[in-house]
Design a protein around this ligand. Structure first.
Ligand SMILES: Nc1ncnc2c1ncn2[C@@H]1O[C@H](COP(=O)(O)OP(=O)(O)OP(=O)(O)O)[C@@H](O)[C@H]1O
Ligand SMILES: [Mg+2]
Length: 499
């Protein structure tokens, strides 16, 4: 036994353990209650020292030691092992009787033995594990040999991935995309502003054994096997450009008037005519100057390298079809300007939501399409308003989920955060960022402050509605995961051939 329970209340349980034993914050321990035959799960939230004897004994002994230090003498503590000990302070997570998990409504009996968990203790968790594998269960810093995955059903309920820079957000997203490729029944759109998903520093999505059939890549400078990232001005909506540039009331009116008159040709007509002609076309209700300002503003888009002028070619329709077929669509925007990247993200997101909304009216067709997850890096830039906020609010009904990746959750509005049902919380250095997550998480994580602060690279807590508690996980390192994956897929196909 590691320790024995000494103090208890339903909110906090303390146990005594040996001075020489090492227990870490975040570790999960179990208490075996012989009276009720239950196993209690306790998460260590604090560790203190304690000593036997009169209350001020420690104070006096320390004074004595300091005196002797001065004289360069050695202080020998008699029965150190017995007199000094440690106290673990734990939050009860719940208990298991007959493989059923129950919320912590009761407490383990006094002096119950506390020990480190064994793999068998966690079998009750297996039924909570979904089909999108992302890592292994963790207890403090040690890894428990049990796979952790989230359920694909959670994708349209939106995901948030939060961590300070370098703590493992993109690695997690790569692992998730790889597992989604294994499953083959969810579509994922990844907008990649840093060009780190296809190849990565070590391995990327292109090294996935099923990449050929389940990964589609779009790039402005396509290599062999990639598609050309090109959009047509016919596909750009007024609402799309409204999200990336700021317009005055008069300018916005002019944009919608252009759309009212020319429909899908609005941007082309704006750019191909001069301000004078346009003002004349609108009976001078709109000033020539307004058109000229708009022309200058949108010139950047119109003359961009990613624009082609052929109405018949649309990669947007192709992308939506691929997503509906359960493919991972990677759009590499690393060589583009930020406004081009945002335009593509906003445009695709709007078209996906609208397409799914129209399919929704036909129950049979709608049931055939795969749910779609749209991932956005640096989500705080776009998620608070416009199409992304709209997807956060109403996407679930239309099988469209968001995966918001950010280093600064505090820059995301609380009403948007509260729509994200699954949180992956990795190491977060900033207190403001931790606080905002505490109030929006679907599980109580208020006692996990210290743990979140001390999470190492790749260590995470996952919360989602229905999870027994905030799950501590070590996310797979993508390169290792993909190598094991390749082995497994090879083996499976050999087995299939054999039968
Ligand atoms: N689960 C993991 N296990 C082991 N090492 C990891 C893990 N996740 C990330 N790392 C290491 O940390 C490095 C940074 O990870 P990653 O690029 O995913 O961080 P990030 O949070 O996306 O950073 P940024 O904010 O700069 O985008 C990786 O190159 C890898 O070496
Ligand atoms: Mg990253």
């Amino acid at each position: 036994m590691l320790g024995r329970i000494i103090g208890r209340s339903a909110g906090e349980i303390t146990f005594r353990f040996s001075y020489n034993e090492d227990v870490k914050i975040g570790e999960i321990l179990v208490a075996e209650d012989k009276e009720s035959n239950a196993i209690f799960f306790l998460r260590v939230i604090d560790i203190k020292y304690g000593h036997e004897g009169p209350e001020n004994w420690g104070l006096l002994a320390a004074g004595e030691m300091l005196m002797m230090d001065k004289r360069n003498e050695e202080y020998t503590l008699i029965e150190k092992e017995r007199r000094l000990f440690k106290i673990g302070v734990c939050k009860p997570l719940g208990y298991v009787v007959e493989n059923e998990f129950k919320k912590p409504k009761t407490i383990p009996s006094y002096f119950s033995g506390v020990r480190k968990p064994r793999k068998e203790d966690y079998t009750f968790l297996e039924k909570y594990m979904g089909d999108i594998e992302i890592g292994k269960l963790r207890s403090g810093e040690s890894i428990i040999d049990m796979k952790v995955g989230i359920d694909g059903k959670l994708l349209p309920y939106h995901i948030g991935i939060f961590a300070t820079t370098g703590m493992g957000k993109s690695n997690l997203m790569r692992v998730m995309a790889a597992s989604i490729m294994n499953a083959g029944r969810y579509g994922v759109l990844i907008i990649d502003p840093h060009g780190e998903y296809y190849e990565g520093t070590g391995k990327g999505l292109k090294h996935h054994p099923l990449a050929e059939e389940r990964l589609v890549v779009y790039s402005p400078n396509p290599e062999y096997g990639m598609n050309h990232l090109m959009i047509s001005p016919y596909e750009i909506n007024v609402s799309d450009v409204e999200e990336i540039f700021n317009f005055s009331e008069a300018q916005r009116d002019a944009l919608y008037s252009l759309y009212g008159k020319y429909g899908k040709r609005w941007l082309i007509e704006l750019q191909e005519n001069d301000g004078e002609t346009l003002a004349y076309e609108f009976d001078r209700r709109i000033q020539e100057m307004t058109f000229n300002v708009l022309k200058r503003r949108l010139e950047r888009i119109y003359s961009s390298d990613i624009i082609h002028k052929d109405e018949k070619i649309s990669i947007v329709d192709a992308i939506i079809k691929q997503l509906h077929e359960g493919k991972v669509v990677l759009v590499d925007t690393s060589s583009l300007y930020e406004y081009e990247e945002l335009l593509i993200a906003v445009m695709l997101a709007r078209r996906i939501l609208n397409k799914n909304k129209s399919l929704f009216k036909n129950k049979e067709e709608f049931s055939k399409i795969s749910p779609v997850l749209i991932t956005v890096e640096e989500a705080q830039r776009v998620i608070n308003e416009g199409i992304f906020a709209q997807i956060a609010r109403e996407g679930r009904k239309f099988k469209v989920g968001l995966c918001a990746i950010t280093q600064q959750p505090k820059l995301i509005k609380e009403e948007v955060l509260s729509q994200l049902n699954t949180f992956f919380i990795l190491g977060l250095a900033d207190e403001g960022d931790r606080n905002i997550l505490k109030s929006s998480s679907k599980q109580d994580i208020s006692h996990l402050e210290k743990e979140i602060q001390t999470l190492e690279i790749g260590e995470a807590l996952i919360t989602y509605p229905g999870a027994p508690f905030a799950l501590p996980v070590k996310i797979h390192l993508y390169d290792e995961f993909i190598s094991e994956n390749a082995e497994k897929i090879k083996k499976d196909s050999v087995d299939e051939d054999f039968f």
